[in-house]
Write a protein that binds this ligand. Sequence first.
Ligand code: AMP
Ligand code: MN
Ligand code: MN
Ligand code: MN
Length: 287
Amino acid sequence: MPATIDLHCHSTISDGLYPPEELVAYAHKQGVKVLALTDHDDMGGLVAARKAAEQHGMQFINGVEISVTWKKRTLHIVGLKVDPEYAPLKTALDAVRQGRLDRAKLMAEGLEKAGIEGCFEGAQKIAGDSILTRSHFARFLVEAGHVKNVKTVFKKYLVKGKPGFVEHQWMSLEKCVTLIKDSGGAAVIAHPGRYDLGRINMHLLMHEFRGYGGEAIEVVTGSHNPPQYEQFATIAHRFSLKASLGSDYHGPGISYMEMGCISELPPSCVPIWQDWDEAKHLNVEAS
Ligand code: AMP
Ligand code: MN
Ligand code: MN
Ligand code: MN
């Protein structure tokens, strides 16, 4: 049986393909009962998503996925049960989004030097009111016929060492975890298996994150394979961290995993939702 909780997905507020209401309706259709919307660096979809979730009789969790720089690497930290009205968090995310705009201009300059023009305008047109991400650049490059698919664009143009890649300074890990906590939320390391960290740095990250008050890591996510579920369940246990679970769904054709199809947490994990009223029925079912 797939899990009926999903604590990580994206709408058109960031780089997902469905607007918040449609994403929630789709999650409902796919059998999800407890959903968190976690757009990149933006909490602008939470009110609409919550309203839609109420209409479908689902439980909704406020979320956000924040971009962080740690030891010169980009990490993603999911905040769950954050308060979208908490001013310091809102202000910090405004600054991150401004940084995204500056980064996008530099990305376009790099791509122009590689002979591809009009990327900033093209990506911005696709993004519309959404924040500007590498996904929008990728979609533009495919639509303009430069590359055959999004996966190839990333490989050829948008990762370290490629013309459209820009080193960017995101929020610090300490600030991110502190803001999430102070807004009443819980900080979760997103898809830890995706970072290019050796064993020593991975353990250092867990230790530091725990020290700042971080609560959980994603054990089951669309970007982990089943052996990684076990690997990160063990790491969570070792560092006294709880476990989270989320598809990281972005929409048809651009997702790591289909919504509503994700595995349950390994039984050894302590779920992040252990004490949540919204997930009481799940804990009863599990016990
Ligand atoms: P950004 O936050 O602007 O750097 O954009 C990162 C987003 O790009 C991620 O959240 C993914 O949705 C997407 N992404 C990153 N790497 C890849 C990849 N190799 N293939 C497809 N999408 C990717
Ligand atoms: Mn994304
Ligand atoms: Mn992510
Ligand atoms: Mn994500």
